[in-house]
Design a protein around this ligand. Structure first.
Ligand SMILES: Cc1cc2nc3c(=O)[nH]c(=O)nc-3n(C[C@H](O)[C@H](O)[C@H](O)COP(=O)(O)OP(=O)(O)OC[C@H]3O[C@@H](n4cnc5c(N)ncnc54)[C@H](O)[C@@H]3O)c2cc1C
Length: 388
């Protein structure tokens, strides 16, 4: 290791939901922690901006004040969502009311709120504009080097990769081949002036042609809507799908969408990003390394939600890190217990949801039938439980 390297106990790479939750959960650990991100916050993250209800519940378990403060910090940039409108491939609509409170908030603001909690409540050193280029592990340490040569390397006894879908930590310390059947790609763009769009309802459109995916219109507050479309990467490759083109076409031609977007105005360009789906056997640990959130491929294959899983896995990684330091044991066997825990708590249900998604993906008639059945009140409750 370089003599000039700054030494920490734990280096968290990535200050999204996984990295910030992990930093909050390490608060009273007594460990010297740095949270490193290539971006300067507030920063955008291409996303649907739907914050699943388990996200705040998980933060509140750490400290009830965290949930209250996130709500206060995002108050001006939020839409409370009580309902969803699901539009079947054949056009039938079903309206679902959610039991648990959820909200949508642009990641520009939501992720910044999480980082503000870290600043307020922890002694974590936050290093922004710190793009990690290489991650190197020895038996005793791990070292990060930046693509900005003027930045001195950082070393630690443990690195936690929270650096998202294209994780550098994952690629270099826990490599795993890309399986396009367990990966989605999606595009999104913000719009204003969308018609028939109550600020409390998120819309999902399922399409006969692209079933393993959906188009969404989510209110994010202040009359702005997050509009997007995503589908399985294996289907994109097989059918040579241009996602941006499909989204443009849907907004101008789909019988349910076109009238709503006639007067609407985009607020920027359509942008895309990857979604590594959960339910695979991806290893989550490597030499002196744990992975969380998208770096660990934990996105719900049914809904495309990953923010809640990022927070939950970040908290599990923090607990595991504390144990490793208490026992001074960073052996592969000790680290592997983290994989077992994540698989048990998060991975197993995601595996079932992956199988359900594959089943529905080739049976449009089943999606039509399920959405029709969901109109029956007592079946709606079962439906909400199954997909929520
Ligand atoms: C189009 C789209 C729509 C989605 N919609 C939803 C939704 O509505 N609801 C939902 O719950 N989930 C949604 N997801 C998934 C969700 O965005 C992710 O699951 C979530 O952001 C994962 O959080 P994370 O902390 O693991 O990673 P991220 O949020 O990706 O954070 C990773 C952080 O690491 C930093 N980083 C990356 N590389 C480096 C590097 N080399 N050096 C230093 N820092 C680095 C990045 O700057 C970033 O801040 C969507 C995803 C996409 C692509």
């Amino acid at each position: 290791m370089s003599e000039s390297a700054t030494m920490y106990d734990v280096l968290l790479v990535g200050a999204g939901p996984a990295g910030t939750a992990c930093a909050l959960a390490l608060r009273d650990s007594g460990l010297r922690v740095a949270l490193v991100d290539k971006a300067q916050f507030p920063r955008d993250k291409i996303c649907g901006d739907a914050i699943p209800s388990p996200t705040l519940k998980a933060l509140a378990r750490l400290n009830p004040a965290y949930a209250t403060e996130v709500l206060a910090l995002t108050a001006a940039h939020r839409a409370e969502v009580a309902h969803s409108r699901l539009v079947a491939p054949a056009g039938a609509e079903v309206h679902i009311s959610w039991k648990a409170p959820a909200f949508n908030s642009p990641r520009l603001h939501f992720d910044d709120a999480l980082l503000q909690l870290v600043r307020r409540h922890t002694s974590t050193e936050i290093l922004e504009n710190w793009p990690v280029q290489t991650v190197e592990a020895t038996p005793a340490h791990v070292a990060l080097r930046s693509s900005r040569p003027e930045l001195a390397p950082l070393t630690a006894r443990l690195v936690i990769g929270c650096d998202g879908a294209n994780s550098v930590v994952g690629r270099q310390l826990v490599p795993w081949p890309l399986d396009r059947r367990r990966h989605c790609a999606a595009v999104r763009v913000y719009y204003t002036g969308v018609q028939h769009a109550p600020e409390t309802t998120s819309d999902f459109y399922f399409l006969r042609r692209h079933l393993a995916g959906y188009c969404w219109v989510f209110p994010v507050g202040n009359g702005v809507y997050n509009v997007g479309f995503g589908m399985l990467s294996s289907d994109i490759a097989r059918d040579q799908v241009d996602l941006k083109q499909v989204l443009r076409q849907l907004l101008s031609e789909h019988p349910g969408l076109a009238p709503r977007f006639r007067e609407a105005r985009p607020l920027g360009k359509i942008q895309g990003f990857g979604l590594p789906l959960g339910g695979s056997a991806r290893p989550l640990t490597g030499p002196r390394a744990l992975l969380c959130g998208d770096a660990a491929a934990l996105i719900d294959p049914m809904q495309g939600h990953g923010i809640d899983k990022a927070v939950q896995s970040g908290m599990l990684a923090a607990e595991h890190a504390k144990r490793c330091f208490q026992q001074n044991n960073f052996s592969p066997a000790a680290l592997h217990l983290y994989t077992d825990e994540v698989q048990r708590r998060i991975g197993r249900p995601l595996r079932q949801r992956y199988r359900l998604m594959r089943l529905l993906a080739v049976r449009p008639w089943l999606v039509d039938a399920l959405l029709l059945l969901a109109r029956v009140p007592w079946l709606e409750r079962a439906f909400v439980k199954a997909i929520g």
